[in-house]
Design a binder for this molecule. Structure first.
Ligand code: BG6
Length: 474
């Protein structure tokens, strides 16, 4: 069977500033930098973001390599803590402006469509000390920073995103203590989530005012959608699964596309006295400023069932559900995440049926593998598992497009193996291998597979056995 994508389809990769650039010429710390400086033992092999993949100095080489593989799109982020020297006066770092301008210009020269994101979990430490996303003053400072970015780089960048995975700072930093500042407080997490949406909508408003005469300019938000499947079709499991969706998906998806929070979610928060501090003017801004295009990161679904036991302890979303471990799940053993490509089709269908077939694209999908050096053959990493992973996801995406989903592209996480928070370089995701000692880049088999597929007019073939296998996994 031939799997074919349109000529204009975006095939590319994504990364973020804090995970790729390194600290060279960076004057302010973000919370991830502080976390590493304070507790290096929390990071795999005690590797921090200080060098990362040295993109600050090697971006030109990476862009040449992207062009060689024929990738036509790329996403990265500007680091707030790099661009701004003084958050009150908005004084900017001239080195940062030079760096980002040259980086973006070189991508443009290679006809690589660039998406620039403004925030990837990287709150400047000085602003975290003032309360971070709990503080509405920080919301307004973010909008000022975003405005600066549009003014400084708007001539070079058409596609912008406000936030990557805004649910993550709320859940990881304010609920489950996975990330700095290690707080666990559902009421605060709700306020953090709400304030992020407010910052997003205010930014969208400024963007549309600034670029109202330029139809090529589009703004988006990157959501990590994790649709939840109930254990059974019994009412109580379906209800549990619906609540998971409200907390982790719809609470962000609805306001950015529909301009309002899901009514069931508002009711639930109200019943527990969890509603965030908000006012009519803010809600009006959220209502009136929706995105132009949606970016979706997809790694794994969620699975839930009704609670078997009474919930106890401080209030958490788990009061309303239990995670269900599906016995047939295929798990990536290195990352511990379920591999379930069919969800891509379900996401596309949800966007088509419930969000008026809104334009969207996959902005992250990928497979993190530990110890890839053991797969080296003839000097390159033979990552057939990653090629199989990509093929199966593209099969479902292609099927969704055939059923009229308005999907514009597919970006793999990531181009060159990058640093990843406390997992550091444990799991590698890249199409290109990074030698941490020398910073040398070597294209993996998956990179060559992408090149071949793109050169073949965005087409690859699947055997009947492969298609039967994909379809048999329900
Ligand atoms: C995404 C994030 O959710 O997952 C990235 O946007 C992250 O920043 C990626 O690196 C992979 O996750 P991890 O934890 O395996 O590195």
């Amino acid at each position: 069977m031939k799997i074919n994508f349109d000529k204009s389809f975006w095939f590319g990769t994504s990364t973020s500033g804090p995970q790729s650039e390194g600290w060279k010429n960076k004057k302010n710390d973000n919370i991830m930098d502080t976390w590493f400086k304070e507790r290096p033992e929390d990071f795999f092999d005690k590797i921090g973001p200080n060098i990362a993949s040295n993109v600050y100095s090697q971006y030109d080489e990476d862009i040449q390599m992207m062009a060689k593989i024929k990738l036509n799109s790329f996403r990265t982020s500007i680091q707030w803590s790099r661009l701004i020297n003084n958050f009150d006066t908005q004084e900017i770092n001239i080195d940062a402006v030079k760096f980002y301008r040259d980086y973006f210009e070189q991508l443009r020269n290679k006809n690589i469509t660039l998406m620039v994101n403004l925030y990837h979990f990287d709150m400047p430490q000085i602003l975290q000390d003032r309360g971070g996303w709990e503080n509405k003053e920080v919301v307004d400072l973010f909008v000022k920073y975003a405005t600066k970015c549009f003014e400084l780089f708007g001539d070079l960048v058409d596609y912008w995103a406000t936030f990557n995975e805004p649910v993550v700072p709320a859940e990881a930093g304010y609920l489950y203590k996975w990330h700095y500042p290690f707080i666990s407080d559902l009421k605060k997490a709700v306020q953090v989530g709400y304030n992020t949406i407010l910052a997003h909508s205010k930014t969208v408003k400024v963007f549309h005012e600034l670029f109202k005469n330029d139809l090529n300019k589009k703004i988006s938000i990157i959501l990590n959608l994790t649709p939840c499947y109930p254990k059974t079709n019994k009412e109580e499991d379906v209800k549990a699964s619906h609540i998971v969706d409200l907390f982790f998906n719809k609470s962000f998806l609805d306001p950015v596309i529909k301009g309002k929070f899901p009514i069931d979610f508002v009711k639930l928060l109200k019943s527990e006295n969890l509603l965030p501090e908000c006012n009519r003017d803010e809600l009006k801004i959220i209502r009136e400023n929706i995105i132009d295009i949606l970016a979706v990161n997809y790694y794994q679904p969620r699975r839930a069932k009704a609670r078997d036991t009474q919930f106890s302890g401080p209030l958490m979303p788990e009061k309303w559900f239990e995670t269900y471990n599906w016995p047939e799940a295929r798990i990536n053993p290195y990352r511990g995440w379920e591999i379930y490509p069919r969800t891509i089709y379900d996401i596309a269908k949800d966007i088509k049926d419930n969000y008026n077939n809104f334009p969207w694209f996959i902005s992250e999908n990928g497979m993190g593998v530990q110890g890839e050096e053991k797969f080296v053959k003839n000097g390159i990493i033979n990552d057939q598992y990653r090629i199989d992973f990509i093929k199966e996801h593209l099969y479902w995406l292609n099927k969704a497009i055939a059923d009229n989903s308005n999907c514009l592209g597919y970006q793999i996480w990531t181009f060159v193996d990058c640093w990843s928070w406390n997992n550091a370089y444990k799991n590698r995701y890249g199409l290109v291998y990074l030698d941490l000692e020398t910073q040398k880049r070597i294209i993996k088999e998956s990179g060559y597979w992408m090149k071949k597929m793109i050169e073949n007019n965005n087409m690859f073939e699947l055997t009947n056995e492969e298609v039967e296998k994909y379809e048999s996994i329900k």
